[in-house]
Ligand binder design. Structure first.
Ligand code: NAI
Ligand code: MG
Length: 501
């Protein structure tokens, strides 16, 4: 097989792509076998069949990847910023041409439904590259007035080699949020993919490497404590950007602090949705359906996992929401009629079921179990979970305080607006929050008081290129997805003074 597939216009089956990518990492523009010679198995969560092996990069592989990135960055950073942007925009176009195969490959490894999730994500993925591709000329500095014979100014310089560590829930989109701004700003990147979902990211990078100079974008795979730690501790990694759990974020933060380099952390949430009594019921139920991200099995950092409903509409809201969730079809993620796929791993499956059991044991609590498990015998071993709406749990309960990352939402009635804001803020997380009302005074009071980095009224859209996105409290450090994210997190300002007296 040639080192690169003829990428333009190709549309290969996901399993053929896995065969091509199996055991490989991408360094210096080439798909290669790792020095470690170690591999690990990757599963299809919908069947629990092994789809292939992935390379487990060791310290030598990490060194190679970082060295390749370091060499490439020396030229890349001196390329005109607009030209770097143009190359990144070309990547967006080529990735879009490959959106079908990328979506299928991602569905195979993540168990997410193709129509409701992977196809939607791949569009956002390409759009992120397109958005940042147009921002090369925004890498501007300032001039500062001193005297006529002096010129004092700042310029934006790249940081160097960026180490990016990503999770499995939206692997392609997470890759774009990190890689696109880093590259346009003149950095080179080494991405460590998530163990559960290494292939779509590797294929996307292979496609991009037909456009980018070799070494500018490298991909390795492997576990967190081994491969991930080696990457973040590497002396030539100048910036770390991470999306994942709070615990892993803390471990990475500690390692990065030893080197005193900048870090961006996106660590999830326990996002509140507050519904006032003046809303139109049908519309807000549709909004809740989208907000809970049940079509992604709740595996979303901005999922509304606590819904506070005004007590006067609590019962009709619950009934209508149950009705809507029951219409969602769980099944083979590749089938275009499927709304809900499988959760990512046996570990997550067990963790989610454990939370559901914990909630059920609380006196007065009720688990409203919705939708139906798939009946297809091919999916008998698949990691499917029926969505659960809990009532009767207090906000202080673990189910309402800890990130479950599964299709589990707690509905909590409220009557006093000040009190519901306190409850919404009573969380270690502060990523996203939504407020549903047509009362302008309440809307304004709410958006100013909610402790979250991303607050929306009467909608709950996912992250959009152009809008700064990032959390407060334990939800993380720094912003993503925006111009600000590129400038503040992937460059530093150099101050320069000319004295021509
Ligand atoms: P995780 O945080 O352990 O894994 C995410 C990534 O971090 C993977 O690439 C992993 O290899 C890497 N990693 C883990 N430990 C590391 C370390 N010490 N040094 C360097 N890299 C490291 O998340 P996991 O175990 O897959 O999921 C556990 C929980 O995390 C979920 O139940 C969910 O609550 C949360 N999570 C949040 C996400 C978000 O979007 N904020 C995404 C995925 C998980
Ligand atoms: Mg973990």
């Amino acid at each position: 097989m040639p080192p690169f597939l003829p990428v333009v216009g190709s549309s290969l089956s996901p399993l053929a792509l896995v065969k091509h990518l199996e055991n490989k990492i991408l360094i210096d523009g080439k798909l290669i076998l790792p020095i470690s010679k170690r591999t690990f198995a990757v599963h299809n969560p919908a069947t629990m069949e092994t789809i292939g092996q992935a390379a487990e990069a060791n310290e030598d592989d990490v060194n190679n990847a970082v060295e390749s990135a370091r060499k490439a960055q020396k030229e890349w950073k001196h390329m005109d910023a607009s030209h770097r942007g143009r190359l990144v925009s070309q990547c967006a176009d080529l990735l879009e041409e490959h959106s079908d195969e990328l979506a299928r490959l991602e569905t195979l490894e993540t168990g997410k439904a193709l129509r409701t999730e992977s196809q939607v994500e791949v569009r956002a993925f390409a759009n992120t590259f397109r958005f940042y591709g147009g921002l090369g000329l925004e890498l501007k500095g300032e001039t500062i007035p001193f005297s006529d014979s002096m010129l004092t100014m700042t310029i934006r310089e790249p940081l160097g080699v960026v180490g990016a560590i990503i999770a499995w829930n939206v692997p392609l989109f997470l890759m774009s949020l990190k890689v696109a701004p880093a590259l346009v700003a003149g950095n080179s990147v080494v991405v460590k993919s998530a163990e559960e979902a290494p292939y779509a990211v590797l294929r996307a990078a292979e496609i991009m490497n037909t456009i980018l100079p070799p070494g500018v974008l490298n991909i390795i795979s492997g576990d967190g404590p081994g491969t991930g730690t080696a990457l973040v501790r590497h002396p030539h990694v100048a910036k770390v950007t991470f999306t994942g759990s709070v615990d892993s974020g803390k471990a990475i933060h500690k390692n990065v602090n030893e080197k005193l380099i900048p870090i961006t952390l996106e660590l999830g949430g326990k996002s509140p949705m507050i519904i006032c009594e003046d809303v139109e019921l049908e519309k807000v139920v549709e909004g809740a359906l989208v907000s809970m991200r049940f079509t992604r099995q709740g595996q979303s950092c901005t999922a509304a996992s606590r819904i506070f409903v005004h007590e006067s509409i609590f019962s009709p809201f619950l009934e209508l929401l149950k009705e809507k969730v029951n219409t969602l079809k769980m099944g083979d993620p590749m089938n275009m009629e499927t709304d809900i796929g499988a959760v990512i791993s046996p570990a997550q499956h067990g963790k989610i079921l454990n939370y559901i059991e914990m909630g059920k044991k609380v006196p007065g609590a009720m688990a409203h179990v919705c939708s139906e498990l798939p009946k297809d015998p091919k999916l008998a071993k698949g990691l499917f979970i029926q969505p659960v709406l809990f009532t009767g749990l207090p906000n202080s309960h673990q189910v309402c305080q800890e990130e479950i990352f599964g299709p589990v939402t707690a509905l909590i009635p409220w009557k006093d607006f000040d009190d519901v804001l306190l409850q919404a803020n009573d969380s270690v997380y502060g990523l996203a929050a939504t407020l549903w009302t047509n009362n302008l005074h309440r809307a304004l009071m709410g958006v100013h008081r909610l402790e979250a980095g991303f607050v929306q009224v009467n909608q709950n859209t996912v992250v959009q290129p152009g809008l700064s996105y990032g959390g407060v409290k334990s939800s993380g450090v720094g912003k993503e997805a925006s111009l600000e994210a590129m400038l503040e997190h992937f460059t530093h300002k150099k101050t320069i003074i000319f004295n021509m007296e």
